[in-house]
Design a protein around this ligand. Structure first.
Ligand code: ZN
Length: 160
């Protein structure tokens, strides 16, 4: 009986260490992936990046927006909105209708995957989304919905 007990204990110990090892191994790729990125804008109508690559393994991906300019948000406001690239002009039109009081983001618009609030100079904001909400085979972009900005302030988002 003692021998059996010892065998069992030794087995449990091995099992325990194997589990700890596996868990550590599995969390490594998640820790190595960067699930956040920063986009900068200023008093010019442009973002500092043209494309964002989102690692597939991220459960949630964060895009931070920093407005390094001085102009207020009603003059040179910026936000980041994510939609399918094909619907940007339509979403932008809906954004103009929504107006400054809605920060140029049409409320409850299903074409919008995620969006930040509208910010002015010296402010920062961020958005988070699940990479799984971007459908495979579709092209997505991030852009600014301040009137007239989206034509220049845009870039691609791809999940890899
Ligand atoms: Zn803008």
């Amino acid at each position: 009986m003692i021998l059996l007990d010892l065998l069992l204990r030794s087995f449990m110990k091995k099992f325990y260490y194997t589990c700890v090892f596996l868990m550590g191994f599995m969390s490594l790729p998640l820790m190595a992936q960067n699930c956040t990125t920063e986009v900068k804008a200023g008093d010019k109508i442009q973002f500092n990046v043209k494309s964002i690559t989102v690692p597939k393994s991220c459960k949630s991906f964060e895009i931070k927006l920093v407005h390094e300019g001085k102009l207020p948000k009603n003059v040179m406001g910026h936000n980041i909105v994510i939609s399918e690239t094909a619907v940007i002009p339509a979403v932008a039109q809906a954004g103009i209708k929504a107006g400054l009081k809605n920060e140029y983001v049409p409320k409850g618009d299903k074409r919008i995957v995620a969006n930040t609030k509208l910010i002015g100079g010296g402010e920062k904001t961020s958005l988070k989304f699940n990479p799984k909400s971007l459908k495979a085979g579709k092209k997505y972009s991030f852009f600014c919905l301040f009137p007239g900005h989206w034509a220049v302030m845009k870039g691609t988002i791809s999940v890899q």
